[in-house]
Design a protein around this ligand. Structure first.
Ligand SMILES: [Zn+2]
Length: 274
């Protein structure tokens, strides 16, 4: 089990709590003010909801969206593969990474990992890290209450720690969507939220060239790129798009003198936080 980290509410969450207290006190002192208090609270909840629907937002708590400055100076690029493991795609991704001496972090769905323990073993053995992408990858994740969130994160943490032999350090919610209850849960498990600098939409787009273009647009050292080894979209010939994109992407990185790394290299992520 990773060490718990101390949860500190973000400035937006602190302001929201203060607003609730002020609204209650205001209505107690001047009951006729209730429509204004209600409108202020409704506006606040709309803002909190919108922040959770914006994956790269840092208003609800720390969010690793790119590698820290030190890693950028070393010309490193963070590479993440989500939604696996997958018995067809994951081994091919591992072979491609090996062939270019590249490393990556695999954000695994624990329910899938439990069905393919040998793949988790291969990911670890070949020098990559296994991170937490929830137990079931429920599309209702962002609407869950704290108990259900704790179960989705905690069961995944337990299963993945058992399979990988080391606790995941990072969590990514399904589709990157979340609510304000997630950050305190992550703190309890010693996890940090990670999203991305850019994604290629390789789980939905069927054209490898378009996926590759999105991933390398404005490419810079320290970027955190997200692809999928699970739920991979397929091109017109039925080939997983990621398997066409990945070798080209790795060639582009080395042509720019950039090295693909896993999140293992991130030692101080405070500097990259919002
Ligand atoms: Zn996912």
């Amino acid at each position: 089990m990773a060490e718990r980290r101390r949860w500190t509410p973000s400035p937006l969450l602190r302001a929201s709590a203060a607003l609730h207290v002020a609204a209650a006190a205001g209505v107690a002192a001047m009951p006729a003010m209730w429509p204004w208090a209600l409108a202020a609270l409704a506006g606040n909840h709309a803002l909190l909801g919108a922040a959770g629907l914006w994956p790269r937002c840092g208003l609800l708590g720390p969010n690793l969206r790119r590698l820290p400055g030190e890693n950028a100076r070393l010309r490193q690029i963070g590479l993440c593969f989500d939604d696996g493991p997958d018995p067809e795609v994951t081994p091919a991704v591992l072979d491609l990474l090996d062939s270019r001496n590249a490393r990556a972090s695999f954000f695994c769905i624990a329910d899938r990992a439990a069905r393919h323990p040998a793949l988790i073993d291969a990911i670890v053995r070949r020098g990559h890290t296994v991170e937490n992408h929830s137990w079931h990858h429920s599309h209702r994740f962002a609407t869950m209450g704290i108990r259900a969130i704790r179960r989705e994160v905690g069961e995944a943490q337990r299963i993945l720690t058992g399979l990988a032999g080391r606790p995941p350090r990072y969590f990514k919610p399904p589709a990157g969507l979340r609510n304000p209850l997630l950050d305190p849960v992550l703190a309890g498990f010693g996890l940090r939220l990670a999203t991305w600098t850019r994604r290629g939409y390789d789980a939905v787009r069927r054209d490898p060239a378009g996926v590759e273009r999105r991933l390398v647009r404005n490419l810079a050292a320290g970027d955190l790129l997200m692809l999928h080894d699970g739920s991979a979209a397929r091109d017109g010939d039925g080939r997983p798009v990621v398997l066409t994109v990945l070798p080209r992407l790795l060639d582009t990185l080395s042509a720019h003198g950039l090295a693909a790394v896993s999140l293992e290299v991130v030692t101080d992520d405070r500097r990259s936080l919002p």
